[in-house]
Design a protein around this ligand. Structure first.
Ligand code: FPP
Length: 263
């Protein structure tokens, strides 16, 4: 039996993470180790994106979020930024038919106005064409930063108060979440970061409050569908306490998701 099938047998299909988020790190180092230009690492990385999207979709993961380009990444050398934008354009253009055929719904989050009109046009087209799909929702974070997202949300809340659409007292965590780019999506249950860095790098700062972290040494271009399964198996062994005690959990075997202190 293949390693993949062996691991698949260990995955509890009843306890899959609804939302898996990934910080795809290590493309540059992968290329440098091979004396290649950094862009080659991003190219290899985009092939891995294709594989992991397929794996998540086959498993039945509801949401897969991929951190593809941060707002801070604009400060990289011009050639690298251009190559990354071209790669993203190519991925959306070439992969969209496959994604749509496989029932995937695509969303892009981030500061879209900082992207080129051509890329924006393609994003709008692919998102619209996949909108009715009910399979895995693939969220690509592009020109994204968690602080930017929160700041934008705060501005929108203030505007809605000024327009008398809501009052200050209406604002709570649940409502604030509806102002984020990820409105309507569950928070990530599992965040995978490749290349051993122990950082969050401004990704989904609000949403990952109680997310389980899986950090691997593997560089993103070497990340495999087997390791994706290993991350899920690791997640399934954890006890998620959401601030409660282990004792409380064993007395509440039912779902404790969304537990709040006011309950
Ligand atoms: C971080 O590695 C990775 C990025 C900044 C880009 C991620 C992009 C891809 C995986 C390919 C395109 C994406 C899609 C969705 C098709 P790094 O360059 O910071 O690596 P380093 O830390 O080793 O330098």
């Amino acid at each position: 039996m293949s390693l993949y099938n062996e691991l698949l047998k260990k995955v509890d299909k009843e306890n899959l993470p609804s939302h898996v988020a990934i910080i795809m790190d290590g493309n540059g180092r992968w290329a440098q180790k091979r004396k290649l230009v950094r862009v080659r690492g991003h190219e290899q990385g985009s092939k891995v994106v294709k594989r992991i999207v397929e794996t998540a979709s086959n498993l039945g993961i509801s949401v897969l979020s991929l951190y593809a380009f941060s707002k801070e990444n604009w400060n990289r050398p011009r050639e690298e930024v251009d190559a990354l934008m071209q790669l993203l354009h190519h991925y959306l253009l070439v992969e969209s038919r496959n994604l749509i055929k496989n029932g995937i719904r695509l969303s892009i989050i981030g500061d879209l106005k900082s992207l080129s009109p051509k890329l924006n046009e393609l994003i709008a087209d692919v998102c619209a064409r996949s909108k009715k799909n009910t399979g895995t929702r693939v969220v690509i974070a592009l020109s994204y930063s968690g602080r930017y997202e929160i700041t934008q949300a705060v501005k929108e809340v203030v505007r809605d108060v000024q327009r008398h659409r809501i009052s200050v007292d209406d604002v709570d965590e649940q409502m604030f979440g509806q102002y984020l780019f990820t409105r309507g999506l569950p928070d990530p249950d599992l965040l995978i970061r490749t290349s051993a860095e122990k950082r969050i790098s401004n990704f989904m700062l609000w949403q990952i409050a109680y997310t389980e972290l899986y950090i691997t040494k593997t560089l993103w271009p070497d990340f495999t569908k087997e390791e994706f399964l290993k991350a899920i198996i690791s997640y399934q062994k954890r006890e998620r306490r959401f601030g409660m005690t282990g004792d409380q959990l064993s007395r509440r075997p039912d779902s404790f998701r969304g537990y709040s202190l006011n309950e």
